[in-house]
Design a protein around this ligand. Structure first.
Ligand code: KPL
Length: 305
């Protein structure tokens, strides 16, 4: 058994280390020859966790490699999913196992439609990790990972995953889990990106709290129309708890903005607004956030021109 990892960012690299600890082989699929050249500076991951430093040496491949793939973990940004899967599609064997471990929604359905012959799972994780070039990976927490099949004929867990040294729960119905993560991301990510603040700072001002409340109320209405139960407590309270627990973190969306990268706004708030539109629900606060984050990205792009 050997897992290929598409998306060699912090989560992809962390999973390469976890596969290694679980005695499961893995290959990181690098984006291009420049990424391969950077990898070859050290040929390994220096994995920092608590006071421990370990080394992990997964195999790496360039995009032009051709071998067949039976097990594929996708940790790319949500917006890259379809293009990345299309590029690798000729290498995927029938019945290939694919795990989508990403923020956002919409790409899971698109993957199912593109690859009906494959067994596909969706997963979410609260693991926290970041990369320090050239080869350091800092794992803040292994967190909790929830995983579930996206179609009825797919088994509960992909091959080898029970060996991973993480807290892993299999869910028969992963879609509501994805919605819960989406709901939290809808509240925290765009607001922190627009306000340029850490997650915890959302709770510091009455103005931000009032915005959070409106955003959460709209998300709850759309989730309800989609037949999803979110949390046992109101979404706002859950968001407050997550913003508090991750108070010092920069949300992934704020990090993307700061690094001049594309954000996952279309797969987070964009997905919510598309759903709202289908159900005929007005979401003025979320729609405004969607426009503002799009504008931030465009402003960044025109600065770069
Ligand atoms: O998942 C997150 C993200 O930044 O994408 C949250 C929960 C907001 C933590 O930072």
């Amino acid at each position: 058994m050997h897992w290929y990892i598409l998306g060699a960012g912090a989560i992809g690299r962390l999973w390469a280390c976890l596969f290694d600890q679980g005695s499961v082989g893995s290959t990181l699929l690098l984006r291009n020859t420049a990424a391969l050249a950077r990898w070859q500076l050290s040929n390994r991951i220096e994995w920092h966790e608590s006071d421990l430093i370990r080394h992990c040496t997964p195999d790496v491949e360039t995009p032009d490699s051709k071998g067949p793939i039976r097990h594929l973990l996708v940790t790319t940004k949500a917006y890259d999913t379809l293009t990345a899967l299309q590029a690798i599609q000729p290498r995927l064997l029938p019945g290939c196992e694919i795990v989508l471990l990403q923020n956002g929604m919409g790409q899971q359905q698109a993957a199912l439609e593109l690859l009906p012959e494959c067994n596909i799972w969706a997963a979410t994780t609260t693991a926290g990790a970041w990369c320090e070039p050239p080869d350091r990976l800092h794992c803040i927490s292994r967190g909790e990972t929830l995983i579930g099949p996206l179609s009825a004929s797919t088994p509960a867990l992909p091959s080898g995953w029970s060996r991973l040294p993480i807290s892993l729960s299999d869910c028969t119905d992963i879609v509501p889990v994805l919605w819960r993560k989406l709901a939290i991301n809808c509240a925290i990510n765009p607001l922190t990106a627009i306000e340029h603040c850490r997650n915890g700072a959302l709770l510091d001002s009455p103005r931000r709290m009032a915005l959070l409340q409106e955003v959460c109320h709209e998300v709850e209405q759309v989730a309800k129309a989609a037949g999803m139960t979110l949390f046992e407590i109101p979404l706002l309270q859950q968001v407050e708890a997550v913003a508090h627990a991750t108070g010092d973190n920069l949300s992934s969306m704020l990090q993307d903005i700061r690094h001049g990268r594309q954000t996952e706004i279309e797969q987070i708030t964009g997905f919510l607004c598309r759903q709202a539109h289908e159900f005929g629900i007005e979401t003025p606060y979320n729609s405004a956030l969607l426009q503002q984050v799009r504008a931030l990205t465009m402003a960044r792009e025109s600065q770069d021109d």
